[in-house]
Each structure stands twice: as C-alpha cells, then as structure tokens.
Design a protein around this ligand. Structure first.
Ligand code: HSE
Length: 429
C-alpha cells in the first residue's frame, strides 16, 4: 500500500514541460487531487544532473539521476514521461509497463515507433498507457479517437499538426517572406529549434499522423510508411500564385482508409481558401476527423508549448488514476495493407521556368497528354528577362501520382525546361 494512501507519481524529465508539470502538481495539488479519492504525491523526478539549479522547488530527495529509483519504488504507480527522444525513453516505458506501472507520455517519437508494442505491454500487465500530449499539445484528440468517436468507421484524418511549419507558412503567405527569412523569425521566437530539421522536413508531423492513423484505423502505421515531404522547397511566388487561384498552402498530415488500404502522407498542399484548415494560422494546430456516423469533426488549438502540453498530461494523469475508460486497447490490431503513394489520385499544381520562345507550350502540353493528364489551367508569369525565361503555373485535373511523376520527369528532360520550381498536390475541399 502506498505511503499515506497517496497516489505516487514519478516524473521522467525536468525540461520546459517537466518543470511546468511538476509546478502544476505542487501548486495545484488540492485541485488536481479533488478529482480523485486520494491525494497525489510527486515522489521522484528523474534528471541527468541532480546538482543543476531548477526552476521548480522540490523537496529534498525527490530528484534522482537513477531510473531504478522510480522503476523499483513500490509507492510509485504512475509515471509521467517528458524526456523526449527515442533512447532511452522507449526502453524505460517498456520496463515501467512490464512492471505494471501506468505511463503518461508526451513522446510522439516513441509512440509513433513503439506505440503498438507498448500498448500490448500495457495490456499484458494491466497498466495504462496514455499519450494525449503526444499529438496536438493541449488539443484533445487521442481520447476522442479512443473513446468518444469509437462507434465510427473513421475514413480520414487531415491535420495541421506542426505549429512551427504552420507559423512559417503563415508568415510566407501573409508577408511574402522567403522560406529562410520566415524560418529565422520562427527560430528567434522560439517556435523553431536551432536544428529545425524534424519540423521543416515533416518528420515531426509524420510521427504524429502515424500515431493518429494507427488509432483511427486500428492498424499499426509506422513512421517509415508515411510518405513525407517538408516545406523547404516553398517560395514566396508559390503563395502569390496559389492565392490568385483561390488557395492557401499548408503542410497537411493525412491518413485515409480506402478499399485499397491505408495511406498516410505528409506534404505541403494547396487548400481551397474556404476550407476550415486553410484558415488555421500561426503556430496553431487543427485536426479534422471524418467518421461515418459523426461526419467531419475539427479539433483546433495550441499544439505545443509547456502549458498546453501540461493540460493534456494532467488530464491523462487524473483519468489514469481514476481508471477512466482505459487508454490502451485490448481489441486486436488489424493488419490493413498500406496503399502506395504512386496510387494517390489528386490534382496537381506545377510551377516551372521555361525558355520564353515559340512552341514551348505545346511541348509541355504533349508531355501531359502522353501521360493521360488533363490540364485544368495554365498561366504564364514573368520570368527572368536576362535568361530569356518565363514561368508557367499549371494545374491539372485529378491524375495518378505515378503518372504525374512520369510527366514531371518528361518535362525535366525537355531542352526548353529551365527549372522545376515546385510540384504541389491540391487537396479537395
Ligand atoms: N515542434 C512541434 C511543433 C511541437 O512545431 O508543432 C512538438 O511536437
């Protein structure tokens, strides 16, 4: 039995989020405990260096640099993990769950790569695994997929789930900034990390859509099965031309279930300006879920930051302590086939620079024709006078990705082609 009948908590990590979680547990202990029949107690906090000064004041003996102090403490039943990264977090979580300790984690990389096996470990030991904070920060989306929407067959999820890239794209769209300038601003404001690779290359969003797709379709979607393209190829002109055509440009994470299998992808898209996702600005996130019964539902809010993430973690902690609707699943995982990216059928936007001379348009049009791709619109824009080039902005009717990639290669092979600037997919409203 726990000390004083308390609910003992261990915390792994005391960075920005860990600090806010610890502070909330200490300063609002009575309020949080009032949802439960016993008080909570933060017993141990794992850090790398116990000698470093900390923003939060913890009682003597709470800090430890030894994971075993948490793993082997019989009075700790719930462990919050906010260390981030795969190693050693994945191993720690597995060992905690095997030991029957319930885990609340914000770790998207671990959940994306190891979620199904950790859920099985939790099921085996009877522990709970909750991960609301791993996707969309403070936005409730894991709970709704596991509980509130479970009567639905989910057909699709379309989401803006990376605040850094949405901030950069919003700046580019509204202020005509180039990618590098917008990225530097995002870094100065602390949205983008000094090494922004995971955000701007779409990796962070791929982890998150792997988690959401796995839950929605109840089949394991691994991050490497998510087609992933980032936003580094975006230029100010793309926003100008997209706006003229009535679109915004967003980095979407999409998971769809079709008769041909599950498809998961992250890439920039042209979104009709009237669509709800097109209106999501700055560092905000939004997730649209379509279910057969409920239709489309949109969740919108702050997708990152210590306070929103703490909101999700404390909610999970209380739910776990109450054993509200167990977060893991005993329903067996199905093994749905993955639909390859080559089979995607969608509309495309292509911006190229070509030699500004007679006969060029017919050469481009021939390549599209040879690949059975129907052009929906074609506009010539100013190019570079000195180089004698013009820009073409082409949109297509729906076409297969495989055909579009073949056509792109054909266009690249034309002697009149100066440069392919961007190929973007157009997402239906
Ligand atoms: N780097 C992420 C984002 C937040 O920009 O949304 C953490 O998942």
């Amino acid at each position: 039995m726990a000390v004083n009948n308390e609910i003992g908590i261990g915390l792994l990590g005391l960075g920005g989020i860990g600090n806010q979680v610890a502070e909330h547990l200490l300063q609002h202990l009575d309020a949080v405990s009032s949802h439960l029949d016993r008080p909570l107690s933060l017993r141990r906090v794992l850090v790398r260096d116990t000698a470093l000064p900390r923003a939060v004041t913890l009682a003597d003996g709470v800090l430890t640099d030894d994971f075993n102090d948490i793993l082997n403490d019989p009075d700790i039943q719930f462990v919050v993990e906010v260390m981030g990264g795969e190693d050693p977090a994945a191993d720690y979580l597995k060992r905690l769950l095997d030991k029957g300790k319930s885990v609340i984690t914000a770790n998207k990389e671990v959940m994306a790569k190891h979620g199904p096996s950790l859920m099985e470990a939790a099921d085996r030991s009877g522990a709970q695994l909750r991960f609301e904070a791993s996707v969309g920060g403070g936005i409730p989306i894991i709970g709704p997929l596991q509980n509130d929407l479970l009567a639905n067959d989910i057909t699709s999820i379309r989401a803006i789930i990376n605040g850094t890239t949405n901030y950069i794209l919003t700046k580019m769209a509204q202020e005509g900034l180039d990618f590098g300038v917008a990225l530097a601003q995002a870094q100065a404001l602390g949205y983008a990390e000094p090494d922004p690779t995971n955000d701007i290359e779409g990796i962070d969003a791929a982890y998150k859509i792997a988690i959401l797709g796995s839950l929605a379709f109840h089949t394991a979607v691994a991050p490497e099965q998510v087609y992933t393209e980032g936003i580094t190829g975006m230029a100010a002109e793309d926003f100008e031309f997209a706006h003229e055509l009535g679109y915004e440009i967003k980095l979407l994470a999409i998971a769809e279930r079709t008769d041909a299998g599950v498809q998961a992808r992250v890439h920039p898209v042209l979104l009709h300006q009237e669509s709800m996702l097109a209106k999501v600005e700055g560092a905000f996130n939004a997730i649209e879920v379509c279910g057969d019964l409920v239709g489309p539902v949109v969740f919108h809010g702050q997708g990152a930051g210590a306070a929103p993430t703490t909101s999700a973690i404390i909610g999970d902690l209380v739910a776990a302590a109450r054993r509200d609707g167990k977060s893991t699943t005993s329903r067996p995982w199905s093994k749905l086939p993955m639909k390859p990216m080559a089979d995607l059928e969608t509309q495309y936007y292509l911006r190229v620079s070509i030699a500004d001379q007679s006969g060029v348009l017919s050469k481009i049009a021939s390549v599209f024709g040879e690949n059975n791709i129907s052009i929906a619109s074609l506009t010539q824009k100013d190019g570079d006078n000195q180089l004698g080039t013009a820009q073409l902005v082409i949109t297509t009717h729906p076409a297969k990705e495989a055909a579009m990639q073949t056509a792109l290669q054909g266009i690249k092979n034309l002697s009149v082609l100066h440069k392919v600037h961007n190929l973007l997919r157009v997402e239906p409203i």
